[in-house]
Design a protein around this ligand. Structure first.
Ligand SMILES: [Zn+2]
Ligand SMILES: [Zn+2]
Length: 849
């Protein structure tokens, strides 16, 4: 028996001080169990039931209830083969843990049982005090540290046994060593042998229906301090639930250390932001968690959790994705990841170097690799096409953001799990992930229902819009465009011409300058006088320099404004300078250099003097291009700022992260404002000169920029987190592309782009409708399979009433969910298959063309 711990002086001045323990007064019953790990087994003895200690200030009956719960006579043997025990000695732990789990799970039925009701009543009455009371009791016994650790261990043991029990380990023919066996499967995903036909691959047209969607991501909240070790705290689950088996992972890391070094990103620098936020984590042995979730139904894929060591090392991210894929042999794969454009570069080369256990046994060795919809906005333009869910065939309306929604929930676990040993942490997270998946399973009925109702409506809208876009177009033109799209889709490297992209005449400063230089040369042709002038400085050079100077002055003005009177030391020593400065400013005697009139043609024109029309025209066109440039840059900065804020919200915590992120945001805000100021200057000149120069049609692209227009692409409706093209609520600044819509060639291109996009939208919604029918079918088939499985187990275990009863219970639970789904989904299949552009799952695949 451990000796009482000495309390730190003064730390309990107002709290009761424990009297010396007299072990004669206490009856200690030990609970023993054997724990094996790291090649040795230890028998742990936990002192459990204690006779009521007399503790002043704590109601005696509460203490009695908490530590001397009567033995339960209900059957307490577990399918998992282990038994927590059914004597009085363990009833405290049993009820404590059971009540804890029931509260966490909202398990009404369990909470209704008599002993738990009693615990619950006390919990309800004394809830805020319970932890303190428990502590007091333990402290009184001088067992504070020992006992709390043992209680935690009991909870962990309990959790593991529950997992085994749920998975049916212990029944005939269930091998608990199968990776991922303890995980709750996604009922709506395809599982060969369970909910898809054996000959699913026979109809090539419908193979896309059997894709498995993986959303890969890393979470940097779920960290772990450098405490304990694998040897001292090995996990119970060992790769049988959501985390991968650690020894195997370590072996993999050791074998491939340094083989695939990090590469520099050639896309946006969101990676840099991630890295910047990761510095100084010296006390962490795990800096985050990689996880693959089902991108369609948000469930967590079995065997995909991998602890990260530093950043998002490809070696570890590969391991997470490839292990998760192993649970879906032979099926086609769609995977998304927020930096997929970089990750995918050498993915197949890396896979080629890995051992067989990480290679997918699949006839579809090339995966469909994408970037989640919202994240894609922060990528460079070529990624936007190649990695978009909007333009990828056969993905329906998947957005790939499910993993983000999952993090929002799992982040709340970071506070407790980061202080755990490695095994405890994995087991605890495994348990929560299981709970998470089970909740998804229960909510699938309503989840798919609302998706279906929406899809059926929007699909009609989008198909109608596509028909409208097709009207009046020649069949041959459409055929040509369609072939262009198909060829681009079929090219895995996306090097074919992209039908969705504008190629002609983007208005940029550089292009316009080049154009003007040519025109200038033509204009001065034989005019020797003009040539002489132009030899010193050409007209477009002149105006370009003017515009550059204008920008420098604007910056200077901005910098000068930020240097206020108070911020110079001058005012401190000579307060008179403040007054002098004000007098000078109000008298109009000072001329700040930034107020210097540049007298560009537009200014000359405004002052009423005559001005060379060619120069005016050149200035107008350069400003038109410059305005587009300013908008383009502003969009970039807005995206970066969004990314930065988003990062902070998701992973940043503490003062250091807060300050850094606030600095980033304020710098980006300055940049955005600078772009806006530049744009406004150009816009003012453009609109004053447009009429004089006979410019029409330009205002379709450029408009007056109000403060309210300066915002990033909206995430759409925050509640439903609707994302993407179909929903985006944007400011006009995102709709302007800098495309000249005035000549025929450009017009034809605009038509092509809008037709192809309309086609893609209609197709995605049609696909969504077919996918949803298939998913509802799969859920029903999956639950049916579960019911039969548990019924079989019940009959096989008929000699063991406990095991048989539990199997019946599971069969009934799954049966109830199935019945609920069938009822909830009445009429949905017909709705999804009917109406404009509707396609039946079982009929021909009549997509728009
Ligand atoms: Zn799924
Ligand atoms: Zn990219």
């Amino acid at each position: 028996m451990p000796r009482p711990r000495k309390l730190p002086d003064g730390s309990h001045s107002t709290v009761y001080r424990p009297p010396p323990v007299n072990s004669q007064n206490h009856r200690v019953i030990n609970h023993r169990y054997t724990e094996t790990g790291a090649g040795r087994s230890t028998t742990v003895s936990i002192p459990l039931a204690l006779k009521t200690p007399d503790i002043p200030g704590i109601p005696e009956d509460l203490v009695n209830t908490l530590i001397e719960m009567p033995p339960e006579d209900e059957n307490m043997s577990y399918a998992g083969g282990g038994s927590i025990g059914s004597d009085a000695s363990t009833s405290f732990t049993y009820d404590f843990a059971k009540s804890l789990m029931a509260t966490q799970n909202g398990d009404e039925e369990a909470l209704d049982s008599e002993p738990l009701k009693r615990v619950q009543n006390y919990l309800a009455e004394w809830r805020p005090e319970i932890p303190r009371y428990l502590k007091e009791i333990l402290r009184h016994e001088g067992l504070e540290s020992v006992r709390s650790r043992e209680v935690l261990r009991m909870i962990r043991e309990w959790r593991h046994l529950r997992m085994l029990k749920h998975a049916g380990v212990g029944y005939k023919g269930v091998d608990q060593d199968v990776p991922g066996i303890l995980a709750v499967k996604c009922a709506a995903c395809p599982h060969p042998g369970i909910n898809i036909p054996g000959d699913w691959a026979s109809n090539r047209e419908k193979i896309w229906l059997y894709k498995v969607f993986f959303a890969l991501d890393a979470n940097f909240r779920l960290t772990r301090f450098n405490v304990s070790s694998e040897a001292r705290d090995p996990g119970f689950n060992k790769g049988r639930a959501y985390f991968v088996d650690d020894p195997t992972l370590q072996y993999h890391l050791a074998s491939f250390a340094g083989r695939w070094p990090a590469e520099k990103s050639d896309c946006s620098d969101h990676d840099a932001i991630k890295l910047a936020n990761r510095r100084g984590d010296h006390n962490l042995s795990t800096t985050g968690l990689a996880l693959a979730t089902c991108a369609r139904h948000d469930t967590i894929h079995a065997n995909s959790g991998v602890d990260l060591r530093l950043g998002e090392e490809y070696l570890l991210m590969d391991y997470s994705l490839l292990s998760a894929i192993q649970s879906f042999p032979n099926l086609p794969v769609t995977a998304s990841y927020d930096i997929m454009c970089q990750f995918s570069k050498k993915l197949y080369a890396r896979i080629g170097s890995y051992p067989d256990m990480l290679k997918t046994p699949t006839p579809f060795p090339r995966y469909q690799l994408l970037v989640p919809k919202f994240h894609l906005a922060a990528h460079k333009e070529s990624c936007v096409w190649s990695f978009s869910y909007n333009y990828a065939p056969g993905v329906g309306r998947t957005d790939g953001e499910g993993v983000e929604r999952n993090w929002a929930i799992t982040n709340s676990l970071s506070g407790s799990t980061k202080k755990m040993g490695p095994g405890s942490r994995r087991d605890t997270l495994d348990d929560h992930f299981g709970d998470f998946n089970w909740r998804k399973m229960i909510s699938l009925a309503s989840h798919l229902h609302s998706k279906a109702v929406e899809a059926a409506t929007v699909r009609e809208e989008m198909v109608r819009a596509f028909h409208a876009a097709s009207e009046g177009l020649q069949e041959s033109t459409k055929k040509q465009w369609r072939q262009m799209v198909l060829a681009w889709e079929a090219d895995p490297d996306k090097r074919m011409p992209n039908a969705y992209e504008h190629t002609i005449r983007k208005y940029t400063m550089n292009r316009t300058r080049l154009e003007l230089a040519k025109e200038d040369a033509d204009l001065i042709g034989n005019d020797t006088a003009a040539q002489a002038v132009s030899a010193r400085i050409s007209r477009n050079q002149l105006i370009c320099q003017g515009l550059e100077l204008e920008e420098q002055l604007r910056r200077l003005k901005f910098d000068m404004k930020t240097v206020t009177e108070g911020s110079t030391d001058l005012a401190l020593h000579m307060p008179i300078t403040v007054i002098l400065r004000q007098q000078l400013a109000s008298s109009g005697q000072t001329h700040f250099v930034y107020d210097l009139p540049l007298l560009l043609p537009s200014q000359v024109f405004r002052l009423g003097s005559s001005c060379d029309l060619v120069l005016l025209d050149f200035e107008w066109r350069l400003r038109y291009a410059a305005a587009h440039d300013a908008l383009e840059q502003m969009r970039k900065h807005l995206l970066e700022r969004n990314w930065s804020i988003d990062w902070k919200r998701r992973y940043g915590h503490g003062v250091r992260d807060g300050t850094r992120s606030a600095n980033d945001v304020s710098k980006l805000t300055d940049k955005v404002e600078a772009c806006a100021a530049r744009y406004r200057i150009h816009y003012a000149v453009l609109s004053t000169l447009a009429e004089k120069l006979g410019k029409v049609g330009w205002s379709a692209d450029l408009r007056e920029l109000r403060d309210s227009d300066i915002r990033a692409i909206s995430r759409g409706n925050e509640e439903t987190l609707r994302l993407g093209e179909g929903y985006v609520v944007t400011s006009w600044i995102w709709n302007t592309s800098g495309i000249d819509k005035t000549d025929d060639l450009s017009l034809a291109e605009c038509l092509r782009v809008s037709w192809c996009k309309a086609r893609a939208r209609a197709l995605r919604w049609q696909e969504e409708c077919v996918l949803l029918q298939e998913e509802m079918r799969r859920v029903r088939a999956f639950l049916e399979h579960e019911v039969n499985k548990w019924k079989l187990r019940a009959s096989e275990a008929s000699g063991d009433p406990g095991a048989s009863a539990y199997a019946h219970r599971q069969a009934s639970i799954h049966g109830n969910i199935k019945d609920f789904c069938i009822e909830k989904w009445t009429g949905l299949d017909a709705m999804l298959a009917g109406g404009l552009g509707g396609i039946s799952l079982h009929g021909e695949q009549l997509f728009v063309n």
